[in-house]
Write a protein that binds this ligand. Structure first.
Ligand SMILES: NC(=O)c1ccc[n+]([C@@H]2O[C@H](COP(=O)([O-])OP(=O)(O)OC[C@H]3O[C@@H](n4cnc5c(N)ncnc54)[C@H](O)[C@@H]3O)[C@@H](O)[C@H]2O)c1
Length: 322
């Protein structure tokens, strides 16, 4: 059984520890804070517990390290784990600069290790349904995609809306279109905390001509977590605020009647709600990591896709600053 160590036992790490305890062998838990180590050591008595990541990395029997520490620490910790020969699942984004991410991808490739970013939404059955519909050609040619991630609060003071909210939608948009943007523009404003944009609008253009947009904000009357995909033949919405109709497919499309000399008409047909499995996305993400570690799937593509997200984030950040 794959032996896993989890580093970072704050808010998110315990969810990863719970899943790996159920799916694999949770061999180590680690946090800088002794009180957290103590708390989870009693919950997982079979796991060894430490405040030193180096102890995990020095254990030759440990297969993989899961990193759920604050974003600025990801690159250093992931690099150390890969260099120690461990497979790595690292929370998103794995690095804050594209050059750092490229280095992680290169180390993972040289050592044939898994480097998987924790892009949770990719494992959401609703997003997987969007991907399935697009890849099966159900929507016809895809023209544009846009994400809405808005709410009133939680107001962050150290991470702007692009970094705290946008990483989710960006990872989904790039996954759905499977293309690297040739243009990435962001505009935003820091209304509440100097230097921390509360409202960000992003525009992406792809080599195929497709375009995408993201509206990211914690200053908004709407609570929205939505991805819309507009195809030439159908349109589809993934709405994570909905309990039962997470994905809705609209048979709405423009068409031209020969006799109207190029005038566009619109047609609205059925609206339907495909069944979406009720699986926990984090459980699916952890399973995917274990299967990559086990040799199934394209581990190099998972790492490269992660790098594409960091590159786009970097370009959007540069645009926002400009
Ligand atoms: N996928 C998701 O939906 C999701 C949700 C929440 C958080 N996250 C991600 O999880 C990560 C952690 O977020 P959080 O909210 O749990 O943060 P947090 O601050 O609550 O927890 C981070 C923990 O990491 C520990 N830590 C810091 N440096 C360490 C080191 N060198 N070695 C061991 N432990 C160390 C800290 O002591 C802290 O307990 C972030 O990257 C965040 O983006 C992802």
């Amino acid at each position: 059984m794959t032996r896993i160590g989890v580093a970072g036992l704050g808010y998110w790490g315990p969810n990863l520890a719970r899943n790996f305890d159920e799916l694999a062998e949770l061999a180590w838990i680690c946090d800088l804070a002794p009180e957290l180590v103590e708390k989870y050591a009693s919950r997982y008595p079979q796991a060894r517990a430490t405040t030193e990541l180096g102890e995990l990395l020095g254990d030759p029997g440990l297969d993989a390290v899961v990193i759920a520490t604050p974003v600025p620490t990801h690159y250093e910790l992931a690099k150390a784990a890969l260099e120690a020969g461990k497979h790595v699942l690292v929370e998103k984004p794995p690095a804050m600069r594209a050059a750092e991410m490229d280095e992680l991808v290169r180390i993972a490739s040289d050592r044939d290790r898994v480097l998987m970013p924790g892009h949770l939404l990719l494992y959401h059955p609703g997003v997987q349904k969007l991907k399935e519909l697009i890849d099966a050609g159900e929507l016809g040619e895809v023209l544009c995609v846009y994400g809405n991630r808005q709410n009133l609060g939680i107001v962050r003071t150290n991470e702007n809306a692009l970094w705290s909210l946008g990483v989710h939608d960006l990872s989904v948009i790039l996954h759905l279109l499977d293309e690297e943007p040739v243009e990435a523009i962001a505009h935003g404003r820091d209304f509440l905390t100097r230097g921390v944009e509360d409202v960000v609008f992003c525009y992406l253009r792809f080599p195929s001509g497709k375009i995408a947009h993201m509206h990211l904000s914690w200053l908004d009357p709407h609570k929205m977590r939505r991805i819309t995909v507009v195809g030439k033949e159908k349109m589809v919405v993934f709405d994570d605020m909905e309990l039962e109709r997470k994905v809705t497919v609209y048979e709405k499309y423009p068409w031209q009647r020969a006799e109207t000399y190029g005038e566009w008409q619109t047609r609205s047909g059925d609206i339907y709600i495909p069944k979406i499995a009720n699986d926990e996305p984090l459980r699916l993400e952890c399973r995917r990591f274990l299967s990559l570690v086990g040799g199934d799937g394209d581990r190099a593509k998972v790492a490269r896709d992660g790098a594409m997200v960091v590159r786009a984030l970097e370009r959007l950040t540069d645009s926002l600053r400009a």
